[in-house]
Design a protein around this ligand. Structure first.
Ligand SMILES: *Cc1c(COP(=O)(O)O)cnc(C)c1O
Length: 411
């Protein structure tokens, strides 16, 4: 029985109606929208339409007739208000990894006398891998990656650093960095900053323009619910629009791709970050899913996200049987994104047992159990159910069963 207090929270929830925009089995509690957002009813309908009417019926004329050709920019303009950006500065394409490579090439070209990329030891590995690849390609005279811990970051910033590559919300701990203060500190030394917003976009209010961010990337398939492998995005601050170049300069980023000019000439502004032909099916799904954010204030979403995670923590802290779960996320909700992570030596098996019991959480090696908070489709009652199931699993020790120890390719 769900306690009255929890039922009341749901009854008074001004975002409750959004639940119906999603296709979710009501018997499960989905706590993994930070890894893969669920299907929206909008994407479900649009995908069918694009496949049947546009691709199936109108074929190649759809590039003009259905404006496929401008989809990367029109989807970018829908993402812009979610990240605090004026229109015309966001393009939707490729993956976060590939987009980081492009932005690193742009930032380094703007810093001909500097060769150091600074990032954090615990950044998402693909961000570091792309910087390592750039360093191997350009050689150590032109590009060196240095990583350090967050407490040493500000002291390291000086005029030898070309680029700062940071992720705003850490994928393991959920710790959120101070975008405004760090960007300002970097700019005091003319360092370019690339922010990775994969765990931030659609989860927390952002103010990219107001913080004078240079460049950013973000993910389409997490809190934006664009679908598996949905395209990522690039934000290019307008002040750099005509000053930057990028290395993966394919025909779709050309000023006039259908002139088939043998010489590359970059398109104006953020369009130059396109490389090849856009992935229309995925872009269309993301475009449709963004309707969920229409007219929504990110602060309203954030308030509910904090309320959900605080309720979760409170219920966990009250439960003696859950004392072995050690919360590694910041205790202050304003210092974290929209997730909570707990360390436990059996985190993998506990996560598998939760999944078998209708609670979809995830595991991050080596020992983290991670819960994402997604106010658009989570109910307070879900939070209560998750903690009850977790208590059952921990008390009974059911997670010790052999079937919960087996690891697939994706964990
Ligand atoms: C999810 C995530 C990515 C994903 O990168 P892709 O290349 O799009 O798979 C990158 N960086 C961070 C911080 C992420 O959380």
């Amino acid at each position: 029985m769900i306690p009255d207090l929890i039922q009341e929270l749901d009854a008074n929830d001004s975002l409750a109606h959004k639940y119906h925009d999603f296709v979710i089995d009501s018997s499960i509690a989905y706590m993994d929208g930070n890894s893969l957002g669920p299907l929206t009813t909008f994407a479900q309908a649009r995908t069918v339409e694009v496949v049947q009417q546009q691709w199936g019926g109108d074929l190649i004329s759809s590039w003009n007739k259905h404006n496929w050709i401008d989809l990367p920019l029109s989807v970018g303009d829908k993402i812009a208000p979610i990240i605090g950006a004026a229109k015309g500065q966001v393009v939707c394409c490729d993956s976060v990894s590939v987009n980081i490579f492009k932005l690193l090439s742009s930032a380094l070209a703007l810093q001909p006398d500097r060769d150091i990329i600074v990032s954090l030891d615990d950044n998402f590995p693909t961000d570091l891998y792309m910087a390592q690849g750039m360093s191997r390609l350009l050689g150590s005279e032109r590009c060196v990656l240095e990583t350090l811990s967050i407490d040493r970051l500000l002291a390291r910033l000086d005029s030898s650093v070309a680029v700062l590559l940071l992720t705003e919300v850490n994928f393991r701990s959920g710790e959120r960095l101070d975008m405004r203060a760090i960007t300002q500190a970097a700019h005091a030394h003319d360092i370019m900053v690339i922010w990775d917003l994969s765990h931030s976009t659609g989860a927390v209010p952002l103010e990219l323009d107001a913080c004078e961010v240079d460049f950013a990337v973000g993910c389409g398939y997490k809190f934006l619910n664009g679908g598996p492998g949905a395209p990522a995005f690039i934000y290019l601050n307008e002040r750099w629009a005509d000053k930057v170049e990028q290395a993966l300069c394919g025909w779709m980023g050309h000023a006039a791709p259908f002139e088939f000019d043998p010489e590359y000439q970059a398109a104006k502004g953020v369009r130059k970050f396109l490389s090849g032909t856009p992935n229309i099916l995925s872009l269309a799904a993301l475009d449709a899913s963004l309707e969920v954010f229409d007219g929504l204030a990110m602060e309203q979403l954030r308030d509910k996200s904090i309320a959900l995670s605080e309720l979760f923590l409170q219920l966990i802290e009250q439960a003696e049987e859950l004392a072995s779960l050690r919360c590694i996320s910041p205790r202050d909700p304003h210092k974290r994104g929209s997730q909570l992570s707990f360390a436990h030596p059996d985190a993998f098996a506990i996560c598998q047992a939760l999944i078998a019991n209708g609670v979809i959480a995830d595991f991050r090696a080596p020992d983290l159990l991670r819960f994402g908070f997604t106010p658009l489709y989570q109910r307070y009652a879900d939070i209560w159910v998750v903690v009850e199931k977790l208590k059952e699993i921990m008390t009974s020790g059911s997670y010790h069963q052999p079937e919960f120890q087996r690891r697939g390719k994706v964990t």
